[in-house]
Design a protein around this ligand. Structure first.
Ligand code: SAM
Length: 450
């Protein structure tokens, strides 16, 4: 017999926010299975149906029950609030089915009926907080280790996403929201707008618009979704708004494009243009590699790459020069440093510490993954296996160096030529520039190979 499982997301709860297909799917079902509260929310649609109510912790039971009933040839609607595929029953149901040997070609058919998820329904009640990039994170540590949740919170907080927090708090889980607030405050202003929406489109609907530093003290429960703004989100007339980005291109929403911008085209700071922007900025501001990276909030590798891509035809960089080392020649480059005299080695740690050491080029010894210098003054161990890119790069008369970067473009270490009595040694400089020519990727050659 060929049964059917309908996995139905019925939206926030109010019938007018249920999709047409969600209603027709419930109408089509012989059996409706759901968490007790969900069954109550759709009770008007259940006349004449077999109804199976389950407790909140019986999620897997609900999936097994749906499969068992479908095996008997029945059409079963497994219902869930919001969207059933978002922190919902779609995942566990497929997991159970696949473990039982079910395939999409089996006699039992499965259909997922999408619904409006809590983040969009809650957003609709407070304005337009999600009109730019956002992330959702569940604070439930019932099935996810806290370290995973905390790492994700840290990443989205740093990346300036608007954040929707699902499952923010329950009777037993009271500290997760406090920890989340602390992590977000590492990167976000204390006044960042936060919307706390409880029971959206249900009888006890309640909305609070607060600041991020007030969030954890608010009335938050199991049926609450918390929306945290990004650095541009604001509150005006009681509405929480995240700008779509028009202000980057237009002086005002309906006016002419700003100088350098074109309607319908990527921003001058878009993928194509931003590296040229960075070079223009460098031409106007003769800054160190690190200062420019900080200004654009990018790893130093992005600055080196942008500078290396400048050309006479495409915004040449006048003050800074960078040439990418050929990937097979990193070892030769470090060996070549023995002809550059006394060097300053610079190592940066992720925590912000900077170590500067004077060393003699060529004193590096390679031992498997590691590049080492061991002498009476210091031991330096560089994880050579982490080196992903290298650049010869200089600022005329100021610094000449060889930079090694990791896969994220972060500096692992660099060696810089040193001055003697205020001047670079011309023979050492000549040797450095000759090595740069011999070991860098030849851009002209690359283009003609293409
Ligand atoms: C297990 S998740 C289910 C999410 C659901 N599948 C969805 O797409 O909205 C439960 C969480 O969803 C959020 N939620 C569900 N319905 C809500 C409502 N009506 N108002 C506010 N938040 C809601 C709350 O954060 C709650 O803790």
């Amino acid at each position: 017999m060929s049964g059917k499982i309908l996995l139905v997301g019925f939206g926030p709860g109010a019938e007018e926010h249920m999709s047409y297909r969600a209603k027709s799917a419930i109408a089509e079902a012989d059996v409706v299975i759901g968490y007790t509260t969900y069954i109550k929310l759709v009770k008007e649609l259940l006349d004449g149906k077999e109804v199976v109510k389950k407790g909140m912790t019986e999620e897997i039971d609900r999936c097994i029950e749906a499969y068992e009933q479908a095996k008997e040839g029945k059409t079963v609607a497994l219902i869930s609030s919001g969207d059933i595929g978002i922190y919902g029953m779609a995942g566990p149901t497929y997991e159970i089915l696949l473990q039982a040997g079910w395939t999409p070609d089996s006699a039992i058919k499965v259909e997922i009926v999408p619904g409006s998820t809590a983040l969009s329904t809650c957003a609709s009640l407070v304005g337009a907080p999600l009109t730019h990039d956002f992330c959702s994170i569940s604070l439930s540590d019932l099935l996810t280790p806290w370290t995973t949740i905390a790492r994700r919170l840290d990443a989205v907080a740093e990346s300036d996403f608007v954040v929707a927090l699902y499952n923010p708090k329950s009777g037993r889980r009271t500290q997760q929201i406090v920890q989340a607030q602390q992590i977000l405050l590492r990167y976000r202003d204390a006044a960042t707008p936060v919307a706390i929406v409880k029971s959206a489109y249900r009888r006890r609907q309640a909305i609070q618009l607060v600041r991020l530093d007030e969030m954890a003290d608010c009335d938050i429960g199991m049926l609450t979704t918390v929306l945290i703004g990004n650095s541009s989100t604001y509150i005006d007339q009681g509405l929480m708004i995240t700008p779509r980005g028009y202000a980057n291109k237009y002086a005002n929403l309906s006016g002419e494009a700003k100088p350098g911008e074109q309607a319908g085209r990527s921003l001058s700071m878009g993928l194509e243009g931003w590296k040229a922007c960075l070079r223009r900025y460098l031409n106007q501001n003769d800054l160190s590699w690190e200062k420019v990276a900080d200004y654009f909030t990018v790893p130093v590798g992005e600055v080196l790459s942008a500078v290396s891509l400048g050309s006479e035809e495409n915004t040449p960089c006048k003050s800074h020069t960078a040439h990418q080392v050929h990937p097979e020649k990193y070892q030769l480059a470090i060996e070549a440093s023995q002809n550059w005299g006394r060097l300053r080695g610079v190592v940066r740690t992720g925590t912000g510490a900077v170590v500067e050491l004077f060393l003699q080029g060529g004193s590096f010894v390679r031992r498997s993954e590691w590049l080492n210098i061991e002498n009476d003054h210091f031991h330096l161990h560089i994880n050579w296996g982490k080196v992903s890119t290298a650049y010869f790069a200089w600022r005329k008369d100021k610094s000449y160096g060889l930079h090694f970067l990791d896969i994220h473009g972060q500096l692992i270490f660099r060696v810089l030529l040193t001055k003697h009595e205020g001047e670079f040694d011309s023979a050492q400089l000549e040797s450095y520039q000759k090595d740069c020519l011999a070991l860098s990727i030849d851009k002209t050659q690359e283009q003609s190979d293409d």
